[in-house]
Design a protein around this ligand. Structure first.
Ligand code: ATP
Ligand code: MG
Length: 425
């Protein structure tokens, strides 16, 4: 094994036995997003490094230490594998002037890349579903985004996911708070770790986001942004809460929730679970009214969130959700010269009639083909031997329930199998 090439650490293969859960998740999510009027957008995986620096912020974990950045050997440009989707989505919206047609509800999904220490729930290539509403300023859209998450958790059968919200206020409120934080942390500079000391003047709010256990008491006692909020900030925050209460979505206000990215203002939220250990945040987002202008667009408000797909799937498995396996309707067995000649064509006819069919390939005895049909999980075996071939018929044998083998024509077989399987659903 030593000289075989392996996948890169922290980047996982998703094998067929797991992939069916992914497919179930993706189908459920797409249907759920369409039910709220969100439309799909697809951006490239690689962008100019400057986009992420400008959007996410220079003094953040992502930009400081987690990005996969490289120089394009052909033209010397600095490029980065996307660590998140919002920056590219907003770039695309600006570049194609999408807001010209009014506010947009958009979603995307796919792999993101961060150079972190791989562990359970934390990978170097991971997947997000991102949801962005651009051009909306009121608390109604913030609340809708949160409420729609609650619906998805229900659809996915997730247990034990709870909501934390906070407000980061307006730029003015944050400036006041920032001054007080710098004063407070400067007074306790001996208790700060290296990261915090470095951020003290560049981004003191981010010190509150520190995961260092040794600093938790200090952080707990730090000045609260909530005490500096201006009237507009309070009104927006209250507006979100009123809507959450009227939708019966329970929440907890967590004043320490500041989020890992710089671009948020007003509402921020996280959905967390206690069932996944340290990597308990399955979905996170909030409002980012300044970002569009910050990366060169005409100022417009926006809010959005991203779900961590691996963490949600782990939680689905943890909740022992049973996802029905997708099995073929029929497995087509054929033997003899005449049968072999028509088998491929018959399998196409059955698919034309709407069946999912696996055509046996590779020959073998009737018995060994039958074994393959059984192992494959298909509902029916369809058999073409010399007799069937000369009569232009098929033999159909149920594999998942008792029942006799019967002879019939191709379209009759397709109709019979479809109606039996539909009746079982
Ligand atoms: P964390 O605090 O766990 O590092 P974050 O604040 O960096 O998360 P976001 O940038 O808000 O995460 O990304 C949204 C979601 O994407 C997270 O809540 C999480 O579910 C998921 N996520 C983020 N980083 C990873 C990763 N390295 N591996 C797997 N999932 C991740
Ligand atoms: Mg992170």
């Amino acid at each position: 094994m030593s000289n075989t090439i392996q996948a890169i650490r922290g980047m996982n293969d998703i094998l067929p036995d797991q992939a069916h859960l992914w497919e179930f998740f993706e189908e459920t999510v797409r249907d759920w997003l369409h039910s709220y009027g969100y439309r799909n957008i697809r951006m490239p995986i690689v962008e100019q490094t400057a986009l992420f620096k400008r959007a996410i912020g220079e003094v953040t974990d992502i930009v400081e230490k987690e990005m996969y950045t490289f120089i394009d050997a052909l033209n010397g440009e600095s490029l980065t594998l996307r660590p998140e989707g919002t920056a590219a989505c907003v770039r695309a919206v600006i570049q194609h002037n999408l807001l010209y047609n009014g506010p947009q509800r958009l979603f995307y999904s796919g792999p993101m890349f961060r150079h972190e220490r791989p562990q359970k729930g934390r990978y170097r290539q991971f997947h997000q579903v991102g949801v962005e509403s651009l051009g909306y300023s009121g608390p109604d859209i913030d609340a809708e985004q949160i409420i729609m998450c609650a619906r998805l958790w229900k659809k996915l059968g997730l247990q034990d996911v709870s909501l934390q919200i906070n407000t980061l206020g307006s730029a003015g409120s944050r400036a006041l708070h920032r001054t007080k934080l710098i004063q407070y942390f400067t007074a306790h500079e001996n208790l700060l770790d290296e990261d915090a000391r470095r951020r003290l003047h560049s981004n003191p709010l981010r010190i509150l986001d520190s995961k260092n256990p040794a600093m938790q008491a200090l952080i707990d006692a730090a000045p609260k942004l909530l005490d500096e909020l201006d009237e507009a900030s309070l009104k927006h925050f209250e507006g979100v809460q009123v809507l959450l209460r009227s939708a019966d979505v329970p929440y907890e206000i967590n004043t320490r929730l500041v989020r890992g990215l710089d671009y948020y203002n007003y509402t921020v939220f996280e959905w967390v679970t206690t069932r996944l250990g340290a990597q308990g945040t399955v979905c996170a987002g909030g409002r980012y009214d300044g970002l569009i202008e910050q990366i060169g667009g005409k100022p417009a408000p926006a809010c959005g969130f991203a779900m961590g797909v691996e963490r949600l799937l782990a939680l689905m498995e943890e909740s022992a959700l049973s996802v029905p396996l997708k099995v073929p309707d029929a497995y087509l067995i054929h033997q003899g010269e005449a049968a072999d000649k028509i088998a491929l064509q018959v399998s196409e006819q059955l698919r034309d009639a709407g069946l999912h069919v696996v055509l046996h390939c590779g020959g073998g005895s009737f018995k060994s083909q039958m074994k393959k049909a059984d192992a494959n999980g298909a509902h029916y075996a369809i058999i073409i031997g010399d007799d069937e071939a000369s009569a232009s018929e098929l033999s159909v044998k149920p594999l998942r329930e008792l029942g006799e083998q019967a002879r019939m024509g191709v379209s009759e077989a397709a109709d019979m199998i479809k109606s039996k399987i539909d009746a079982k659903r």
